[in-house]
Design a protein around this ligand. Structure first.
Ligand SMILES: [Mg+2]
Length: 163
């Protein structure tokens, strides 16, 4: 169980992920969480530094998908504001969108990297689908109730595993 949700890499923030290195390791598509990965919780704004990183990702040829368990309306407003593609109410880690993204992109699971701030949704979803994964530290501690519970559990798991 614990091995299943161990990310390949841990970083402090999404914009610190080295895109060139990702590309060299064969990654061609990114599935990125929204809340607390790109935006603070309950806020629709992506910071300049994160936006710049997203632009770089597209410029380097990565296919970028946002994937969130949050409300479809919220995700639609964020994707529309920033001209990004993404899906809300995704039911990570068991989201059908992982397979849909593979089908539409034609990429192999190992060519896709999932990025997010939660082990039990973002990282577990990547592992269940054979994709690479990067854990980012959450932007803000404010969170929805389910996230609070899963974060409590993550803390226990991480402590036990000696992350
Ligand atoms: Mg999140």
């Amino acid at each position: 169980m614990i091995k299943k949700i161990r990310p390949d890499l841990l970083v402090k923030a999404v914009e610190l992920i080295d895109l060139t290195q990702l590309k060299q390791s064969g990654i061609r598509a990114l599935i990125i969480d929204i809340d607390n990965t790109l935006t603070p919780h309950h806020k629709d704004v992506i910071s300049e530094r994160k936006l710049e990183w997203l632009k770089q990702a597209s410029a380097q040829g990565f296919l970028v998908y946002l994937l969130s368990n949050n409300r479809i309306g919220r995700i639609k407003s964020i994707t529309a504001s920033y001209g990004l593609q993404g899906f809300g109410f995704a039911c990570k880690p068991f989201s059908p969108y992982y397979k849909k993204i593979l089908r539409s992109s034609g990429f192999q699971p190992k060519e896709v990297c999932c990025i997010g701030d939660q082990l039990l949704t973002d990282i577990a979803g990547a592992k269940l689908n054979g994709m690479a994964s990067i854990y980012v530290e959450p932007i803000s501690p404010r969170d929805i109730i389910f996230s609070r519970f899963s974060r409590w559990l993550e803390k226990r798991l991480m402590t036990r595993k000696g992350y």
